[in-house]
Design a protein around this ligand. Structure first.
Ligand SMILES: Nc1ncnc2c1ncn2[C@@H]1O[C@H](COP(=O)(O)OP(=O)(O)OP(=O)(O)O)[C@@H](O)[C@H]1O
Ligand SMILES: [Mg+2]
Length: 413
């Protein structure tokens, strides 16, 4: 095996130019301080070392701003490292950020020539590939239109087509693939598969962990400009997902701690709402399908004869998802209450898919409808929680379905 890409202690510093102070207040403060700092240094990568073997497919994962695109730009020599050594022993075809490498005023055709020559192809070589590039990009009708009039999907199609048809040994693919429609994505993935079969090397950046898992032999996890882990997809993706969940858990606990409850309007008050997992641990991030227990503690200013409690779930975009109450949905005769106490809502399987949700809790002293119109205390969106579905399934509601197969039914005797 031979090394085709090597990074040795690579760091990249960007200088951010703050064009102007953000507010009048900052302007005034800046004036009196005589401190008009308009430049700020930012390390996008710090001491990054790795090697990629010829023929390998490597995935780069990590949160926004981790430095993934910066790595690709360094490999393709669009930018230079601030320090460290980079060696690339092969021709690079790159599909980087939208529009990178395209001149907006030139037509699609002219940009193909421009890109081809940057990649070291002669005009004759490019002419030979031209039809194939245009056909793959499905841009026949638009190829003589300046690319500034292209949609983002058209940009990506042209960019990818140029990258794969200019005979690269290394293919760099940034997240942008996701901009294209599903049919084009499929075509690109097939093209990438063919390129790999012929021994090509691929460095692939994506937030789609399933795709990374399927495509890559090794995964690099970048975080804050540094390599956190390099290894087999299973292991690295698992650590990354766990880390993201831990971080989200911390953020949610801060957000939830900041919640300011509205004062009660009646003699019954909700003191606290806690979401716990099946082991009784307070949590903000749950796995799709796991048990959730919602603990609601209350306090009455005086005896309440027939209290009712309700729980509502909304998605973070405000869409109402579902609810339960002790009155008519999941009836529970609570009877007269006094002083303090706690109710527990047991959800045996959280049937929600990936997303952010809100929990609201209401307490009512009216024993008859419409009790919901007059809550004694209503905590609107009191808990924000995250549901993670590891298999990348999408939608809102998990159908708790089971399939059966009866092969003999319908066959003629
Ligand atoms: N030309 C630039 N000038 C200044 N800062 C930059 C420049 N390019 C990137 N950065 C900064 O460097 C950091 C890393 O950026 P990069 O684009 O590599 O992240 P990324 O991992 O690709 O993130 P994403 O998942 O959002 O695409 C970011 O904080 C970004 O703001
Ligand atoms: Mg990026």
């Amino acid at each position: 095996m031979s090394v085709i890409i090597s990074f040795e202690g690579v760091s990249k510093k960007f200088t951010l130019h703050h064009e102007r102070a953000r507010s009048f207040q900052e302007l005034v403060v800046g004036f009196f301080r005589r401190d008009n700092r308009s430049r700020e240094e930012f390390w996008a990568l710090r001491d990054v070392s790795f090697t990629v073997e010829r023929g390998e497919t490597v995935g780069l994962i990590g949160p926004n701003g981790a430095g993934k695109s910066t790595v690709l730009k360094l490999v393709s020599r669009i930018i230079e490292p601030t320090s460290g050594r980079i060696e690339v022993n092969g021709r690079v075809g790159a599909l980087l950020e939208l529009g990178a490498g395209f001149h907006p005023d030139l037509t699609g055709r002219e940009n193909i020539y421009l890109n081809g020559s940057i990649l070291g192809l002669s005009r004759a070589q490019i002419r030979w590939k031209l039809d194939e590039i245009i056909a793959f990009a499905e841009l026949e009708r638009f190829i003589d239109v300046p690319v500034k009039h292209y949609s983002s999907g058209m940009y990506v199609r042209l960019g990818f087509s140029v990258a794969v048809h200019t005979d690269p040994e290394i293919l760099l693919v940034d997240e942008v693939l996701a901009v294209g429609d599903a049919a084009f994505q499929k075509k690109c993935l097939e093209k990438i598969a063919g390129f790999r079969r012929r021994g090509g090397t691929v460095v692939f950046v994506s937030h789609n962990l399933r795709l990374i898992q399927q495509l890559c032999e090794r995964v690099f996890w970048l975080d804050g400009g540094e390599i956190r882990q390099i290894g087999p997809p299973d292991r690295v993706i698992r650590s990354y997902v766990a880390d993201v969940a831990r971080q989200r858990e911390r953020e949610l606990s801060v957000l939830n701690a900041r919640y300011v409850a509205a004062p009660p309007r009646g003699k019954l008050r909700i003191r606290e709402v806690v979401m716990r997992d099946g082991y009784g641990r307070p949590r903000g991030v749950f796995l799709s399908g796991e048990p959730v227990h919602i603990h609601i503690s209350y306090e009455c200013a005086e005896r309440v004869e027939k209290p009712i409690f309700s729980v509502l779930i909304h998605r973070s975009d405000g869409e109402y998802i579902s609810s339960t109450n002790t009155y008519d949905i999941d009836p529970l005769d609570i009877g007269p209450i006094e002083g303090t106490g706690e109710l527990v809502v047991e959800i045996s399987r959280l049937a929600l898919y990936e997303g952010e949700y809100f929990l609201s809790v209401g307490a009512y002293t009216e024993p008859d409808p419409p009790f919901w119109a007059t809550p004694a205390h209503f905590l609107d969106k009191v808990r924000r929680f995250h549901v993670h579905s590891p298999d990348g399934a999408h939608g809102i509601l998990v159908l708790q379905a089971r399939w059966e197969h009866h092969p003999d039914i319908g066959r003629n005797p």
